[in-house]
Ligand binder design. Sequence first.
Ligand code: ZN
Length: 277
Amino acid sequence: MSQPVIITAAITGAIPRKKDNPAVPITPQEQIESTHEAYEAGASLVHIHARDEDESPSSNPELFAAVQEGVRKHCPGMIIQFSTGGRGRDQSARGAMLGLNPDMASLATGSVNFPNGIYENPADFVEGLAGTMQRNGIKPEIEVFDLAMLYSALGLVKRGLVAAPLHVQFVLGIKNALPARREVFDFLRSELSTLMPEATWVAAGIGRHQWEVNQWCLETGGHCRTGLEDNLMFEPGRLASSNAELVKRIVDVCERYDRHPASVGEARALLGLPSAP
Ligand code: ZN
């Protein structure tokens, strides 16, 4: 029996704009449609950032609610994950949408230098966000942008602020943070499997590293993340036409690695999430 792979579609992100690739979905309607295409192509988890009409990142719970409602309606069972990322966003606003009780939310467990500034996640802020997720029954996806964040996440489990087993995402290829080097990838997953063997994990390759990292994950038993948030190109010189096209590229090679795209039921079971609301 082949092993299931949870394919995450990171549909929008905080940075790419329509002028960079017209397929980046901005309005709730565009986000719902793009998610539905990705779901049909084989994605079982959607990672969502809301955007205002001028395309700037937004913490407005109404926008998140609209997307969540549409995804629940059109993509039954799909796992909904809200970003609490905050490049340029007020810290207090970053958890504003957690009251909507998505299945999951992202939780970066430390600060890191991004190309355009510091992604600030001081310890007390991380603990506060983790506590809010816990109270709302939201499973965090731990975002590891730098090595120490892995150990900080394990510390949160020890202190009872995050439930085990963790679901961790390794982010590779952001300038000033972890490079998309195979040695780094192998070290990260081996540390996690030593320290928390029951944890699940995914890796994201940014920009031109996306496809390469997808294949590393398929090969080594990890889950996969793709989407226009991380990468606008299908191949050098050709923009991706949709989030679904990037999802389909993973689906098409699964068999070669003895994997299959997880159904939403399989994905929920793997992550310890209740069956669809
Ligand atoms: Zn994101």
